[in-house]
Design a protein around this ligand. Structure first.
Ligand code: PLP
Length: 281
């Protein structure tokens, strides 16, 4: 069955769906996006994703292309037309089409694209044994809190990690601290048993999965500390993990080929995996 995409008011086969060359997303990466997980026909943590989309748009002064209710209907329609019950929904909004000029055009109409695809969630082996990450300098810009489609530094980092056979790149800032992954948030469990993750700031994307994991941890009595942690601290940590909408929560058992803890997922991360699975039920 051909995949169907929503593009500016129309549902069309993905292969023929197109955006203008002068769309500012194409010219300047002047746009934002969201990725939403759908399980059993239900979009998960939808309000949080739509809130973040609103924040990203506001940060770039792009007007929402339609109301939240209308967008929710498009999401439902795209799932139905693609006959998907489990999916990753992709929403992209750009400032729209205008003659190329850095200055924001006054009257461009935002472009909206929505697609859905079959998800490839982590394997049972990855969940049970954990994954390896590779560290590299964080070369990104100063507004990583905006879910911008400008992802070149993330793409370059992830490519380097993939070539090295690692699941993810962990990005290190100039102070030697782990900010986050190229497409996920990063955590360690320190020697006091606290779940530690970089605080919300312009240096990281506030992950939806991160917000859920921290709530689940706190409600379960796992101490949570939002503070920067160094690479040295991560390598000496008891446990480590990463999270994102599509990877969900995954134990990190090696950083730059050095085992974390005893090289196996630890009790805190395993507990969080159980709690997150329950959240998805
Ligand atoms: N950090 C970055 C840079 C990301 O690109 C992503 C997801 O794509 C995340 C964190 C995780 O965010 P979420 O849990 O909302 O998927």
């Amino acid at each position: 069955m051909a995949r169907i995409a929503y593009v500016n008011g129309r549902y069309r086969p993905l292969a023929g769906a197109a955006i203008a060359i002068e769309d500012r997303g194409y010219q300047f990466a002047d746009g934002v996006y969201e990725v939403i997980k759908v399980l059993g026909g239900r979009a998960r943590d939808l309000d949080r994703h739509l809130d973040r989309l609103q924040r990203s748009l506001a940060a770039l002064a792009i007007s929402p292309p339609m109301s939240r209710a209308a967008l929710t209907s498009v999401l439902a329609e795209i799932l139905q037309r693609n006959r998907l019950r489990d999916a990753l929904l992709y929403i992209q909004v750009t400032r729209g089409t205008a003659p190329r000029n850095h200055v924001y055009p006054k009257d461009a109409k935002p472009s909206l694209v929505v697609t859905a695809r079959r998800p490839s969630f982590p394997s049972a082996k990855e969940r049970e044994e954990g994954v390896g990450v590779m560290t590299m300098p964080d070369l990104r810009w100063g507004r990583c809190d905006i879910k911008s489609i400008s992802l070149l530094a993330n793409v370059m980092a992830r490519q380097q990690a993939a070539v090295a056979g690692c699941r993810e790149a962990w990005l290190i800032d100039q102070a030697g601290c782990v900010t986050e992954g190229s497409a996920s948030n990063a955590y360690i469990v320190d020697h006091d048993g606290c779940l530690v993750t970089h605080p919300l700031s312009e240096r990281i994307l506030g992950g939806i999965t991160r917000s859920v994991i921290l709530e689940l941890a706190r409600a379960d009595g796992i101490p949570v500390v939002e503070r920067p942690f160094s690479l040295a601290e991560a390598q000496a940590a008891r446990e480590a993990a990463l999270s994102s909408t599509s990877s969900m929560l995954l134990p990190v058992t090696a950083i730059d080929d050095r085992s974390v803890g005893n090289g196996h997922p630890g009790t805190v991360v395993r507990r969080l995996l159980t709690l997150y699975d329950a959240h998805l039920q």
